[in-house]
Design a protein around this ligand. Structure first.
Ligand code: PLP
Length: 375
């Protein structure tokens, strides 16, 4: 069939499975893995990544909200699905009907889920989120014990998980993470003394998997490293992972440009020599951030070609004057490897002062076409 797309993401599901295997080696056989596939699997495609993750032995899948949970339920009728963000009371019926597991961090949500479960003649598993310092969702650790006690007594629900979330586990200094961990452990001990036990206890994300082995408990929530990217530049890269995502396009147009011509909107770049400028069909409309204007680079014929001028909505210009033999139709790599060269998600994130998560979600999701390798 004729290939009609010009910009695409290649997602190597073999890399996803291998990364999970490497993480399994680190955490041991007994600790369960929840694969975080929210935000459409960090832009990689939720249903496909979930399949690969389940094949690689993860037990749970974590999504953002009820909408993602229901999409995932269709693709994976039997999977254990945890909704990681605070739900609305109005979602309780759907949670029960579609057998998904909510995190609970308010009395209102606890009662709504319990009532919907009782009405359906069922008991629904819940995971309570305790805020030990993230400052997002969760019952503050000082008050969590009373809440857990109440949940454990509530008919219609079954206390399946106790969880918390690190605010900065990918920092070099793990002082605050240890402080959070202490609060979490204190709560767990208090629950245990009161005879309240949840089969699943989880707090570790990728940063903690690398740096805080005492935080694994019975399950870890694995996100960014499953996709082959380290959570920050500060972590020790002690688990050999490889990126699953490569973002590619093709040179769509090529022309000779004399010295002294301005390139693109606002004329932010002027050629300083006679050169060849290629236009590639990707722009901020595809999630390719406009802040990469005059900063980013693209790989062509194994060499780095700088972005010149402003990235536009659907087209970007690169200088290929130093690369011999460039032709229309040549493959250009925006993220990933080509020949000996590589442009990493972390490199792009640094250039635009953001985090790798942001880059992956933005580009992976908006790009026109996805190709899955090693399915
Ligand atoms: C609640 C929760 N757990 C786990 C993760 C996974 O984190 P990471 O991608 O750093 O592994 C996230 C990601 O944002 C999250 O929000």
């Amino acid at each position: 069939m004729e290939k009609l797309y010009k910009t695409w993401a290649e997602i190597d599901l073999g890399a996803v499975r291998d990364n999970i295997a490497r993480i399994r080696e680190r955490i041991g056989r007994r600790v369960k893995i929840l694969a975080v596939v929210k935000a459409d699997a960090y832009g990689h495609g939720m249903s496909q990544v979930s399949r690969a993750a389940l094949e690689a032995g993860v037990t749970w899948l974590g999504v953002s909200n009820i909408h993602e949970a229901l999409l995932l339920r269709k693709a994976h009728p039997e999977a254990l699905i945890l909704i990681l963000s605070a739900g609305m009371e109005g979602h309780a019926k759907a949670i029960v009907r579609h057998r998904v597991t909510p995190v609970i961090c308010s009395i209102e949500m606890l009662e709504a889920v319990a009532a919907a479960a009782r009405k359906a003649g069922r008991r629904v598993g819940i995971h309570i989120v305790v805020d030990t310092g993230m400052g997002r969702i969760g019952i503050w650790h000082e008050r969590a014990f009373e809440f857990v006690k109440r949940a454990a007594r509530t008919k219609g629900v079954r206390l399946e998980g106790l969880s918390s979330h690190f605010a900065c586990a990918a920092d070099r200094d793990l002082g605050f993470s240890k402080f959070q961990l202490d609060h979490f452990k204190k709560l767990l001990r208090r629950c245990e003394r009161a005879g309240i036990r949840a089969p699943l206890t989880h707090i570790a994300n990728s940063g903690a998997i690398l740096g805080l082995p005492t935080s694994f408990f019975t399950m870890v929530r694995l996100g960014i490293m499953m996709y082959g990217v380290y959570p920050s530049r500060e972590v020790i890269k002690s688990i050999p992972i490889r990126p699953a995502l490569t973002l590619k396009t093709e040179i769509g147009y090529l022309k000779e440009v004399p010295k002294g011509r301005s390139i693109s909107y606002c004329r932010s770049y002027v050629t300083y020599r006679d050169t060849r400028i290629a236009t590639i069909p990707i722009g901020y409309g595809d999630g390719y951030c406009r802040l990469l204007s005059n900063r980013g680079e693209v790989l062509v014929r194994g060499q780095r070609a700088p972005i010149v001028g402003n990235v536009t909505m659907d087209q970007t210009m690169i200088d290929v004057g130093h690369i011999p033999g460039v032709r229309v139709g040549d493959e250009a790599v925006l993220i990933g490897k080509q020949g000996e060269n590589e442009i990493t998600v972390n490199e792009v994130a640094d250039l635009i002062s953001t985090i790798p998560y942001d880059v992956m979600c933005a580009m992976g999701k908006q790009v026109q076409h996805r190709i899955y390798l090693n399915e």
